[in-house]
Ligand binder design. Structure first.
Ligand code: PEP
Ligand code: MN
Length: 264
């Protein structure tokens, strides 16, 4: 089977657009529950609650995620607020722990997508799962690596897949944290029109002011979803503070986004 033969009907179980929101990192049970509660109360149509448990940080000796205890907090978010849950997996151990804890949606981060050995290990650990698995673009602008990661998943019988456009590293000073390089994502979309494509404006922008514009640009060209970082106290977040927004700000932003009707 190749990627263009996939049915990709898993996404139709979710709202259009499918919004995944929650903090960059799980920090404490209180922070997770407070963020989830406010996302719920905001009235925004959120399909899943995200939080990183294992955090791929650029430098050592900083906060590298709370680890498996965060899986219990994701479970509580699901039980108390009814959200499906999503987290990043970066090795086989993460996959086994996340599957065991019944996390609903898994994603492969940009620093993992660059490494075929890592992706292969993750894919094998996921073998045959019917949970949705989303693959972020690699940090470098390499379309083939991005596609290759999806093919590795498919090779292990993982058929409910999607792609996340989170921008690409650059040494140049730009207004973006990771330049969107829209053409790469559009080439992806043209090659695989049926694979659900998500925008990650948080990691593209690296700030709060650009989020809505980047998300709108993506919806204008038919992306089906977005993953957006939202934290109950963004200024004091333990990672990616400058790009996180409160649940209330997120709800307002979602209300104002125009979504292209996929039937036209
Ligand atoms: C994240 O989603 O918090 C994250 C680490 O993202 P990326 O892999 O896109 O850098
Ligand atoms: Mn982040």
């Amino acid at each position: 089977m190749d990627l263009n033969e996939l049915k990709n009907d898993w996404i139709s179980e979710f709202a259009n657009p499918m919004i995944i929101a929650g903090p960059c990192s799980a920090e404490s049970e209180a922070q997770m529950l407070e963020t989830a509660k406010r996302l719920k109360e905001s009235g925004a149509e959120i399909s899943a609650f995200r939080a990183g448990i294992w955090k791929p940080r650029t430098k050592p000796n900083g906060f590298e995620g709370v680890g498996v205890i965060g899986l219990n907090w994701l479970k509580k978010v699901k039980e108390e607020f009814g959200f499906k849950t999503a987290t990043e997996v970066a090795n086989a151990h993460h996959v086994f722990a996340a599957l065991e804890a019944d996390v609903d949606i898994l994603w492969i981060g940009a620093r993992s997508t660059v490494n075929p050995f890592t992706v292969q290990e993750i894919a094998q650990a996921l073998r045959g799962t019917d949970k949705p698995v989303l693959v972020k673009n690699p940090v470098n602008p390499d379309l083939a690596l991005w596609i290759g990661a999806l093919e590795r998943l498919l090779g292990q019988g993982v058929e409910n897949i999607g792609a996340i456009h989170r921008g690409f590293s650059t040494y140049q000073k730009t207004k973006y944290r990771n330049i969107p390089n829209w053409q790469i994502a559009l080439d992806f979309k043209n090659q695989f029109p049926n694979i659900p494509l998500f925008i990650d404006p948080s990691h593209i922008c690296g700030n709060r002011t650009g989020l809505a514009g980047v998300a709108q640009e993506a919806f204008n060209v038919g992306y089906q979803g977005a993953i957006i970082e939202s934290h109950c106290d963004p200024d004091n977040a333990w990672s990616d503070a400058s790009q996180q927004i409160t649940p209330e700000v997120l709800a307002g932003m979602i209300t104002n986004l125009q979504v292209r009707n996929s039937d036209i």
